[in-house]
Each structure stands twice: as C-alpha cells, then as structure tokens.
Ligand binder design. Sequence first.
Ligand code: PLP
Length: 384
Amino acid sequence: MSEKKLKFNSKTIHGGQKPDLAYGAVIPPIYQTSTYAQTTPGGHKGYAYSRSANPTRTALEQSLASIENGNYGLAFASGLAAIDAVIKLLNPGDEVLSTNDLYGGSYRLFKQIFEKYGIKFQFVDMQNANQLEKCINDSTKLIWVETPTNPMMNIIDIKAIVHLAKRHHLLVAVDNTFATPYLQLPLDLGVDIVMHSATKYLGGHSDVVVGALIINDSKLADQLYFIQNASGAVCGPMDSFLTLRGIKTLHVRMQRHCENGKAIATYLANHPKIEKVYWPGFEDHPNHEVAKRQMNDFGGMISFIPKGSSFEDAIKIIEKLKIFTLAESLGGVESLAGHPASMTHASIPKEERKKIGVLDSLIRLSVGIEDEADLIADLEQAIG
Ligand SMILES: *Cc1c(COP(=O)(O)O)cnc(C)c1O
C-alpha cells in the first residue's frame, strides 16, 4: 500500500520509515557519526558529512514529511533554527506580515536579529483576513501564521490567509507547534511551509530541543535545504532518534491531551473564582466556527485569568500547583503551568503584551496526559 494512503494513526508509526539497510533494524539506529568512508572521492552511499545529511536525521525528516502530508521534511537544532532558515529565504527590504500574538522567541528573532539585516516585520491581528490585505505592499514576501495563537488561543483561518496570499504571490508559513498534524494539516490547506518546534508535542516527552520544516514544492525545499546545510543548525542523531520515538505515539497522546484539555477548560469556566478562560473549543470562543472547520479537535493548551486578580494572585495560584509543574515549554506528557508575562513572552514589551491581552495575571496551562481527576484536584486546591 502506498504510504501516502495510510491514515494518520499509521503514518505516525510507519511514515517514511523503512528497516535499516545495514542489518534490517526495525528502529532507525542512532548514526552517531560526523563523517562516512568513501571508496573514491565522492564515492559514498548518499552520506558524506553529517551536517549535510545523517541517516537518523533522514528517517526523522521522512517521518515529518509523512505526518504533515508533505513531500519534504527538514529537521533543525531547534524550532527557532527552523524559523531562522525560513526568514533567510528573504532579502534586505523584504517585508513579513506576522501574527501579532505569537511565541515570544519568534518575536525576538524577528525584531532583534532580522530587522538588523533590513528585513521588516508588521505584527497584525490576523483573525480578520480582510484587514490583513491593507498591510500588503510591494515589498511583502511572506505571511507568518501561528494558530492557535500563543498564549491567547485565537484561531486564524488558514484557508482565508492562503487565498489572500495567492492573489498577491506571497509565501505562507504556519507554525503548527500548538496544533500538531493530529489537529490540522496546513499543507493540505495550501500553505507553502509548515514549521514545528518538535520540542513540544512531536517529541512529546520534554527531553529534546528540535525544529522542523515541511514543504511540498521541490524548489522551495531545495532552497531551504541549501540554507539548512549552509547555516548548519541541524538536528543531531540522538535528538532525531528521540523525536522519532515521540512521533510514534503522537496520535494517542494528542487524543488524551484533547480529552483532558476539554475537561479542565470546562472546570475552569464554571469556577466562581475564574474570570476568563481562553480555549477554542468553547462555543462562545470568537473563532470557534473556524476552529471547528479547520481542526479535528481543540487541543490541550488553555489560558485563563483568575477573577479580579493581580500579578500576585496569579503567582500565588501558580506556586501552589503540585502536579502542574511551573516551567517553560509545553506539549509534554506531564502538565505544565506558565506565566507568559514573565516567562515565554517576557521578551515582548509590556505595552505590546497588553494590546494582545497578555495581562500580568494570565496563566497558561499545557494539559498533560495524567489522570483528569488528579489534574482537576490540583487546580482546585491551588485556586481555593
Ligand atoms: C517553543 C516554540 C517555538 C520555538 O521552538 P524551540 O524549539 O524552543 O526553538 C516556536 N513556536 C512555538 C509556537 C513554540 O511554542
């Protein structure tokens, strides 16, 4: 059966994976090597130097392509290294339209590194694609989309963005870290590049830092491969192995993340001491209809604001949590709690944070796959 025809739940396990050529190992070995013996100059088996290619990384890259319904995958040393490669497609003077409510590290990379090299960024609310059109000019080359947004859980209509981009001949890249291909497949919606921090749900066990790009167009894939090799921020063999191992259970983990996420979002929404809960599964979420159309479920990422609360009240709740660990990151099997204003989004200026709703009292949860009752009991004792 052609591998492209496999269902998602099989692709996570078999996608792009063949028994190893040397001994038939079912699991791709960790090729912990920098270089490869050649019989004559250039006489090698497709691998000459591990920055350019490594068999364990190849196995991961093929798996990534398979689960995202793409033709090509590239694995990087981190999610930010993957974003860095995408922006290096551009030239000084080019402009990027980016989601305004996005990962703090992406914002920092755009503003503090790439603006120095003459690339311009506009941060826009993309919930209304028509508003976006006003921001396009002759220099615009790329639309950078994050959905669900981080940490406000807004949903951006990928199809509407692609429609607009096609009319103006712009590239569209989607950071699919929060959703994962279990929830949405941006390439199927016409996007050019899918990006992942595989550090999060794809790896899934909080034990690696890895990034990914998935592409359909061969010319664009060649350009990005050229940048990956020329700049050199590649994913190492051990991290490739761990990420592949994580991907094999992505579908079962995501199912539980979604179930627990729904239970906890509902619990918080009904709690008298909670002011507001941000989760796209609620019918009164402003983009619920888009979420229903675009996603298979609503995920396990939730943000909330305790009632009448100040910075101190939010911190008190966070510090009382026992099962939810206070930590950066998300998407692992264990539940984490974070305080965006002082942690993930601290590199965004306070006025900018306020504009998008990232108040000092906002708490973000990455709901893990522990028992639902234990997680709710933990929140109950912390909120009081
Ligand atoms: C973590 C994260 C990144 C950055 O990835 P790293 O692997 O930490 O470099 C980018 N986008 C989103 C949405 C993230 O959560």
